[in-house]
Design a protein around this ligand. Sequence first.
Ligand SMILES: Nc1ncnc2c1ncn2[C@@H]1O[C@H](COP(=O)(O)OP(=O)(O)OP(=O)(O)O)[C@@H](O)[C@H]1O
Length: 251
Amino acid sequence: MTAIIDCQDVDLKFDGEHKPILKNINLQINQGEFVSIIGKSGSGKTSLLQMIGGLLAPSKGEILVNGQIIKSPIDEMTYVFQKPVLLEWRNVLENVLLPIELKRRPNQVDRKKAKDLIETVGLGGHEKKYPHELSGGMISRVTLARALLTEPEILLMDEPFSALDAMTKEQMQLELVELSVQFSTTVIFITHDLSEAVYLADRVVLLGGDPAQVIREFSVPFQRPRLKDWKFEPSFTKIVKEIYDEIEGLK
Ligand SMILES: Nc1ncnc2c1ncn2[C@@H]1O[C@H](COP(=O)(O)OP(=O)(O)OP(=O)(O)O)[C@@H](O)[C@H]1O
């Protein structure tokens, strides 16, 4: 299988710093795969995601998406930031339609698609509400609907659920997995939450060291979408524990 995302010997060194923060990153991600990236704070997760998204240039090596070297953001990828960015003066529907509007005037088909997605993420009936009228979970749902509107081949998500309460987070995880399977979206998902990393992904990539490298990759050999109760099964906790032990060993 050819990788849709291919990081080849990638280093990242910021200007003015004497050593790189990421070194020799080799990471291949297949079409439709869901990959979680974990690692201690400061291990370069966001920087790696930004390089894949074309927001930051590697100092060495190359990142290819669909065989093309990434030099700037491309339409096939959508980046979802840790802090949801909604425009306060636009309602839910208008916020979801924003990526289309940045390119052209939305037509009836776009509006129908946006409304369907709003329904799918559980916000049916809230289209006319403004961001200040929404809860954190609802804002997160708007962000997800907006990210999916252009049907990106690849979703790059940087701790998108970290600010949510436990129950809303769980609900969003379920929705994300279902939608990513439905749209066969390739997803790279950064999280600090090991249980979230394992529950969502086909593969968990651990970054660590100084400069950071890919320390280990953990396969999660269970079909997605997964049952909510899987989090209570030994097959789930075994993988989480294995990753936990590896991280503990890094200290
Ligand atoms: N623009 C920059 N210039 C210099 N150093 C930077 C810059 N951006 C990030 N760094 C440094 O690079 C390292 C990696 O940062 P990055 O945000 O990628 O890590 P992270 O693993 O995503 O962290 P966290 O889990 O805390 O979000 C950190 O030491 C950070 O201080």
